[in-house]
Design a protein around this ligand. Structure first.
Ligand SMILES: Cc1cc2nc3c(=O)[nH]c(=O)nc-3n(C[C@H](O)[C@H](O)[C@H](O)COP(=O)(O)OP(=O)(O)OC[C@H]3O[C@@H](n4cnc5c(N)ncnc54)[C@H](O)[C@@H]3O)c2cc1C
Length: 439
């Protein structure tokens, strides 16, 4: 089997993977693999925006909003790190060419559900595309980074609790290995495991199953967020998100009789409950959301993508309400990591939605995830940089990589469908187990 050797292998090309690559030393070789094409990551889909600490006077309120939304199950230390690193992160993004929406030459801040103040920067309603495409452009300029598309990590290669690389399957079904000093898992969420989700279908939590297999600690993998408002559709595939900032700007929810039934700015989990209750009362598969109160100008300026998408689905949001329904959206739990995104396995890091550093607690506050992914991906890069060994041979647990690869039972991986099903079952069973142990 072919082997590629590199200093760092990054699994995933969303914001976490890209930003980590940008923060690693230029004299280290980095291989980045991604399951589909490089633009098919949830990072490209983010609509609403990215939080920032506007000034120090907002620290307590930003902290409290994050903790309250998370049902106080958050790791306070991680929230503190995220908030304090937010301005530096935004400055980095601006330097990389990211443009946030401005009025009279000044950045505009919006507000979403459960935020007590406007503290969210955005780029129309395609903030994720703006940020991720600019980071990707920067990464593509780097001579030390190679991106390999349509390559799926199917396992870690590890021994005695030390990660030495990964096993990969390419588009043609060929297997190869990547031997690396450090491995970063930046594999995103778990929406692909659900029938209705806003996530890309190929995000199936592979890294979680692989970690379970190797007894790498996971945390709160039953913490799954349902977004209250996605466009109702009977078509198969990904659900289209109607961003929370639409409600932050004044959109209203109605039952089938045209009556309001909930505070539109409740945290996501609480509003989801209200909507589901109303759907049961109405005996309808959706409720209505009206963007009409925002006015045509705000809709066209702030939400052009939502306007266009709804128009293509037959709804003119400047004139009429749209049917909305809750759907799986975000994963707060994940691979347990410390404040530097280090997992419980040596030489193995995890960042972004696949990891759990405790920022979001039991429920994520809107627009905190792009920020959290970026902040903790950079911290992983910083720690790797500081601790880079002179050579892999110098590591205390020297691994004979070829011998380890030779001992792999390739029959386990040959049937792609079966492997995917096994990984899915492992995750769902673990989620169930964790849920029951919480109760
Ligand atoms: C519709 C939508 C709107 C959102 N809006 C916002 C918002 O306004 N603000 C906000 O802060 N957050 C928002 N989020 C959440 C945010 O976009 C994500 O949490 C964040 O982008 C996650 O980044 P990531 O790098 O961890 O993962 P992703 O961007 O999802 O990237 C995961 C990568 O891992 C790769 N991968 C997965 N498994 C494998 C494997 N086995 N082998 C190889 N590669 C693999 C994928 O191909 C992909 O490249 C939104 C999410 C969605 C879905």
């Amino acid at each position: 089997m072919e082997n590629q050797k590199t200093d760092v292998v990054i699994v995933g090309s969303g914001v976490a993977g890209l930003y980590c690559a940008l923060n690693l030393p230029r004299d280290k070789n980095i291989l980045m693999i991604t399951k589909e094409d490089v633009e098919s990551s949830d990072s490209f889909l983010a609509q609403g925006g990215i939080c920032v600490l506007r000034d120090d006077s907002d620290y307590d309120s930003f902290m409290e909003d994050t903790l309250k939304a998370g049902h106080y199950k958050n790791r306070r230390e991680s929230v503190d790190i995220m908030i304090r690193s937010s301005r530096e992160t935004i400055q980095d993004l601006i330097q990389y060419g990211v443009e946030f929406t401005k009025e009279n030459g000044k950045e505009v801040y919006t507000r979403e559900g459960a935020h007590s103040k406007p503290r969210i920067l955005f780029h129309e309603d395609i903030t994720g595309k703006e940020i991720t495409s600019k980071l990707l452009t920067q990464v593509k300029k780097l001579d030390n980074v190679t991106i390999m598309e349509y390559c799926t990590m199917v396992d870690l290669i590890c021994q005695n609790n030390r990660c030495a690389g990964i096993l990969v399957r390419d588009k043609e079904g060929h297997f190869f290995t990547i031997e690396a000093c450090y491995t970063l898992l930046a594999c995103g969420g778990v929406g692909g495991l659900y029938k209705h989700s806003t996530n890309f279908r190929h995000l199936t939590g592979d890294a979680l199953a692989i970690c379970l297999k190797h007894k790498i600690e996971l945390e709160h993998i039953d913490y799954v967020q349902i977004h209250p408002t996605t466009l109702y559709s009977t078509k198969p595939g990904r659900r289209f998100l109607i961003s929370e900032s639409v409600r932050g700007e004044g959109a209203l929810l109605y039952n089938k009789n045209g009556e309001r039934f909930a505070n539109e700015l409740l945290p996501r989990d609480a509003l989801t409950k209200e909507i589901r209750k109303q759907m049961a009362i109405d005996q309808m598969p959706y409720v209505h959301l009206s963007m009409v109160p925002l006015g045509k100008e705000t809709i066209l300026n702030h939400f052009p993508n939502i306007y266009q998408h709804c128009l293509e689905e037959g709804y003119d949001v400047t004139k009429e309400p749209i049917p909305v329904v809750p759907a799986q959206h975000y994963f707060m739990g994940g691979i347990h990591v410390d404040a530097f995104s280090k997992t419980t396995m040596d030489m193995l890091y995890a960042a972004g939605e696949t990891s759990c550093n405790g920022v979001h607690g039991a429920n994520r506050l809107a627009s905190n995830s792009l920020l959290e992914s970026l902040v903790f991906a950079k911290r992983a890069a910083q720690q790797m940089t500081e601790q880079f060994p002179e050579s892999m041979e110098q590591l205390p647990e020297h691994i004979q990589f070829n011998k380890l690869v030779g001992s792999l039972n390739m029959k386990e991986y040959n049937d792609v469908e079966l492997l995917q099903q096994q990984y899915k079952t492992m995750i769902l069973e673990e989620m169930e187990r964790e849920k029951n142990s919480d109760e």
